[in-house]
Design a protein around this ligand. Structure first.
Ligand code: ZN
Length: 339
């Protein structure tokens, strides 16, 4: 609709002049920023992370075309923090700036925080980070542990370029509390009806923003609501259990959901595997799952052992065969034809 009638398909209420900023992200999608001070509602998420007024916080999400940088910036400013708009890249310079400006807070991807910390260690530059808000990518517990080894408290938030923040961790680090100003629902992947707590489903969000209302906006992410239980932090908002994968990356094989991310988890434990693809076919009304695995030059792997490890995690039996896999091949190739 936007490409036929740019910029906002005639859906913007009132003239463009009422907006504060406009972005092009993700990809060709045009996104307006309305007038509210903390337009994407990040203040609560940062507060949950222990960031407070007067903190000097380095913001390393991009300020260029995408709203990420401004999302974090406006949330931090709403709390009264002093923001260093570092953006992406220039690791060497960022380390020096964070050190001289004595930043105690970090906001951005956990992988870039790791890059900064290791670079500072190498260059023998002292950093003063005490707390980090991780977002925009997965935060594996192994990475969190490594970052916390530097004496930094690391909590994460879940946001999208369209909806802003949807959920954030409290000090319990056990699931993410829903941000109550965005209505988050988890919809069953097959029926589209609200999924029971504990059951995975598609995350959709609703905001009644006057400039950019979104109704059941589909994020493409899969998550599950944690069964309701009081949280020791005192918040009563329900929790998301974390991100479980992407819609489209999860398919049903032999009645079970198979996710590319789960397969990848297992493959990573086998260093001999260079690339892989799970190929799903169907014959005689039976699903068949075959993992095609391309090995590192000169490496070998016990295919039986790999198949067992995959079955333990993926919960569906499949065969492993050695072959070649294209560099950009999707993790799952569903070749089933349904008639
Ligand atoms: Zn809590």
């Amino acid at each position: 609709m936007q490409s036929e009638n740019p910029p906002f398909a005639g859906l913007l209420k009132g003239p463009v002049s009422r907006l504060r900023r406009m972005f092009a992200s993700p990809g060709p999608t045009l996104v307006p920023q309305g007038g509210a001070v903390d337009y994407w509602r990040f203040g609560m998420a940062f507060a949950g992370c222990g960031i407070k007024a007067g903190d000097v916080v380095m913001n390393t999400l991009s300020y260029h075309l995408t709203p990420g940088g401004f999302m974090l910036d406006s949330g931090l400013r709403s709390l009264g923090c002093v923001v260093i708009p570092a953006g992406t890249g220039q690791t060497d310079l960022q380390v020096k700036v964070a050190s001289s400006l004595k930043a105690t807070g970090y906001a951005g991807t956990p992988s870039f925080l790791r890059t900064l910390l290791l670079h500072a260690l190498d260059a023998n530059v002292p950093l003063h980070f005490e707390v980090a808000f991780a977002t925009a990518e997965m935060l594996p517990e192994s990475l969190r542990a490594e970052l916390e080894g530097f004496g930094i408290r690391v909590l994460q938030g879940y946001a999208t370029a369209d909806l802003g923040v949807l959920a954030y961790e409290c000090a319990e680090k056990n699931g993410m509390h829903l941000q109550p100003e965005c209505i988050v629902e988890i919809l069953d992947l097959e029926t589209g009806k609200p999924a029971e707590p504990g059951q995975p489903g598609h995350v959709v969000g609703t905001t009644f923003d006057a400039d950019y209302p979104l109704l059941r906006f589909a994020t493409g992410d899969i998550s599950a609501l944690a069964p309701s239980a009081p949280c020791s932090c005192g918040r009563t908002a329900p929790k998301l259990k974390g991100l479980l994968g992407r819609v489209g990356d999860a398919i049903k094989v032999k009645g079970m959901f198979v996710r590319g991310s789960e397969i990848e988890q297992v493959m990573k434990r086998f260093p001999a595997v260079a690339r892989f693809q799970a190929v799903v076919t169907r014959a005689e009304h039976q699903d068949h799952l075959n993992y095609v695995v391309e090995l590192q030059p000169g490496a070998s792997v016990d295919t039986g052992q790999l198949a067992n490890a995959l079955r333990d995690t993926v919960k569906v039996r499949g065969e492993v065969s050695i072959g070649t896999v294209a560099a950009n091949a999707p993790r799952i190739d569903d070749r089933r034809v349904w008639k």
